[in-house]
Design a protein around this ligand. Structure first.
Ligand SMILES: NC(=O)c1ccc[n+]([C@@H]2O[C@H](COP(=O)([O-])OP(=O)(O)OC[C@H]3O[C@@H](n4cnc5c(N)ncnc54)[C@H](O)[C@@H]3O)[C@@H](O)[C@H]2O)c1
Length: 343
């Protein structure tokens, strides 16, 4: 009989998504990690050489998770797979299954892995400003920089799922089977970031409600007119994708004892949709951007804060965006997006 040697690795779910692309490229550049990429869609050919294993499968399939448990030694899980905010409103029950039941499956995998190899599994979970729910525009104006525990009354299935999974993570990290005789603490080292809207120069989003900013840019670069689905004065926080990736990696490396919470706000800049149009039209003269608000999507964006307070992340693990608004648009987004569509 041969003993199978399992290589320690990092599992990324939702690996073929926007964040997955950025994360896999950065982890591969940093080197030293076996990347196990999992997505319900086939992993893009460009990412395959960067990964030790590419698995096409659904996080809801128990057999798939059993296979992961038996074949791999996993020390970190980046659980990125999700049904995003706009898409979730069309199929809320299915979104709940992926976003909540799927997360439970991964938590269970983390517990089993940590039992097997004897050390805690770091569980990195991207939450969202969708976890907030301000009741109306007046309150949003008055709210200022919203802290993590304020306005936790989301109005979307996606936001509710994210908020609940943050709590689930806290439970698995600190209170899992707290009454059982064989209780074993510390199996899951859960760390979550509430991300603002993310803008990537290299991938085009789909299914989110902050998509108007990246859509505006990508349309302008292709010479296509764009009708923005929110009002010109609407404001929510955004971040360039490389900062989001760096934040995940930085939080993962932070010493456990420095962390005072399981879910952290982070932010970079908060332009209005009208300000984004001005930047886009300066970069792409002649770009046609109109505002044609969809009342229902607008209402969702109106329930998200204009600004969030990320002082806990700055204090506990040294969060600091590299890309402010000027750098994000003029040094990252516009040059790369211009090149992307130039050929
Ligand atoms: N993009 C943003 O602006 C933003 C902001 C805040 C938080 N987030 C969170 O970051 C994470 C990554 O977001 P993204 O922008 O890369 O989204 P994305 O939609 O581009 O990627 C999600 C990936 O998950 C995969 N997936 C969906 N259901 C699955 C299932 N049942 N099994 C396996 N894979 C499945 C999809 O195929 C997709 O590739 C998500 O959890 C999202 O909620 C994103």
């Amino acid at each position: 009989m041969t003993t199978q040697i399992r290589k320690p690795g990092v599992l990324i779910t939702g690996a073929n998504g926007e964040m997955g692309h950025g994360l896999i490229e950065q982890l591969a550049k940093d080197g030293g990690k076996n990347i196990i990429a999992l997505d319900v869609r086939a992993i893009d050919d460009g990412l395959k050489p960067l990964c030790t294993a590419c698995i096409a499968g659904d996080i809801l399939e128990e057999r798939l998770l059993e296979r992961l448990q038996s074949e791999y030694e996993i020390h970190t899980i980046y659980h990125l797979a999700a049904v995003l905010s706009t898409r979730a409103e069309f199929t809320p029950e299915a979104a709940h299954r992926v976003n909540v039941d799927g997360t439970m499956h991964l938590m269970k995998l983390a517990i089993e892995q940590s039992r097997w190899h004897g050390s805690p599994v770091k569980f990195m979970f991207p939450s969202s400003i969708a976890a907030y729910g301000l009741p109306d525009r007046e309150t949003k104006k008055r709210a200022g920089k919203v802290k993590e525990e304020e306005w936790n009354t989301p109005r979307t299935m996606y936001g509710i799922n994210k908020l609940y999974c943050e709590h689930l993570g806290r439970y698995y990290a600190h209170h899992y089977r707290q009454l059982a005789a064989d209780t074993q603490r510390g199996g899951v080292d859960f760390r979550s970031i509430r991300f603002p809207g993310l803008i990537s120069a290299f991938t085009v989003p789909s299914g989110g409600t902050s998509d108007y900013a990246p859509e505006m840019l990508h349309a302008a670069a292709q010479g296509k007119p764009y009708a923005c689905f929110v009002r010109e004065d609407v404001r929510i926080p955004f971040m360039a994708m490389p900062d989001a990736i760096q934040a995940l990696l930085r939080l993962e490396l932070a010493p456990r004892e420095n962390l005072t919470r399981t879910a952290y706000n982070i932010t970079a800049f908060s332009p209005s949709a009208g300000e984004i149009r001005t930047i886009v039209q300066q970069a792409f003269p002649g770009a046609v951007v109109s505002f044609s608000p969809d009342d229902r999507r607008q209402a969702i964006v109106d329930s998200w804060p204009a600004e969030i307070d990320d002082s806990a992340a700055r204090h506990d693990w040294g969060w600091m965006p590299e890309f402010d608004q000027q750098r994000a648009f003029h040094e990252y987004l516009i040059p790369h997006i211009r090149t992307r569509y130039a050929t």
